[in-house]
Design a protein around this ligand. Structure first.
Ligand code: ASP
Length: 332
């Protein structure tokens, strides 16, 4: 049934039957517009190039019988514990007081989600976010409370500031402390990861040390459900990287999923979300350091990615192969 005739026919149905009939018809509409579930096998998609080990960890977890949530958690734990990655977890660059504060979230395609923000001393914030999802009735824990929760569940306090990050902080204090914090090529790279099992189930995770040299207490888009990550088995999933404030302002990942729900391809949805940012906040286009980007996965396995500037890459596992792909960009 085409969208137009669907709307016409449901508007003629009596009030008593409208809800169940329209819910059923709406599901049929989604199935039709999005091509139904195609058995593609697993697909894993993540922002940037954090190495083959990331998608491999997700796929291996699934092969060993783990859940999709296990898969996305295990995959993003790799950059979280890698001291060479200065934008996620251990080794992440600190805030302007020299402290590493972490943000992360995790979500499945049925609306279950958990998040931690402004968390210090814990190597794997994504695992704490998962526990928030599974062990509490809440979605988000912040700061000291999130730390207490983590310690109560057996996580150990760690020094997350590496020598390399401390040296970079000292250098920043000398040269740039009076500059505004911003996202540029040297200080960003959140990992946002989306996965599907090819049988209609999706999940995602997003984890970051956030913008380097941020004001103490600043939280970006990455741990915010709907901004940094959104997953819906009925439609697809999206995640973000770049200037979190810009992404929050348009609820970027939720926007992309809703655009896909309304028939846009993952690629078009990512581009439209960026265009929405620039339409509402055109001043971003004047900033040399402005970068924001999205990746998206539709439930039939189709992917999309778009960033404001050239340079965003994403890592894709699909059809049994891993590839690093350059995203489309819109700045001329
Ligand atoms: N989105 C992250 C933040 O705003 C940074 C990034 O992805 O580069 O904290």
């Amino acid at each position: 049934m085409k969208r137009r005739s669907f709307i016409k026919s449901t508007s003629l149905v009596g009030a008593a039957t409208l809800l169940p009939a329209s819910a059923l018809a709406a599901r049929r509409l989604v199935e039709q517009d999005l091509g139904g579930v195609v058995n593609t096998g697993p697909v894993v998609l993540s922002t940037w190039d954090f190495g083959r080990a990331v998608p491999e960890a997700a796929i291996k977890t699934l092969h060993l019988g783990g859940s999709l949530i296990d898969a996305v958690e295990n995959a993003v734990k790799i950059p979280e514990s890698d001291p060479q990655v200065t934008s996620v977890g251990y080794g992440g660059y600190p805030d302007r007081e020299g402290r590493v504060t972490l943000d992360a979230c995790i979500m499945d395609g049925n609306g279950n989600c958990g998040s931690v923000v402004f968390l210090e001393h814990i190597m794997h914030p994504v695992s704490v976010a998962r526990l928030v999802m599974e062990k509490t009735e809440h979605v988000m824990l912040a700061g000291e409370g999130a730390l207490q929760f983590a310690l109560k569940h057996g996580f150990r306090k760690r020094q997350l500031l590496t020598e390399q990050a401390a040296a970079a902080f000292k250098e920043w204090l000398k040269t740039s402390r009076n500059k505004k914090a911003g996202v540029d090529k040297t200080n960003h790279d959140t990992i946002g990861l989306l996965a599907m099992d090819g049988k209609g189930n999706m999940a995602g995770a997003c984890t970051t040390s956030g913008m380097a040299w941020k004001i103490r207490g600043r939280v970006g888009d990455s741990p915010l459900i709907g901004a940094g990550l959104y997953v819906d088995n009925d439609v697809g999933a999206a995640t973000a990287t770049g200037l979190g404030e810009a992404v929050i302002k348009v609820a970027g990942s939720f926007l992309i999923v809703e655009l896909m729900r309304n028939g846009k391809s993952p690629q078009a949805a990512c581009r439209l979300a960026l265009e929405r940012i620039l339409h509402k906040q055109p001043h971003y286009a004047e900033r040399n350091d402005f970068l924001a980007g999205f990746i998206a996965l539709r439930r039939d396995g189709e992917v999309g990615a778009c960033s404001y500037r050239k340079g965003l890459q994403y890592t894709l596992f699909k059809d049994s192969a891993i590839r690093v792909v350059d995203a489309e960009f819109i700045a001329t």
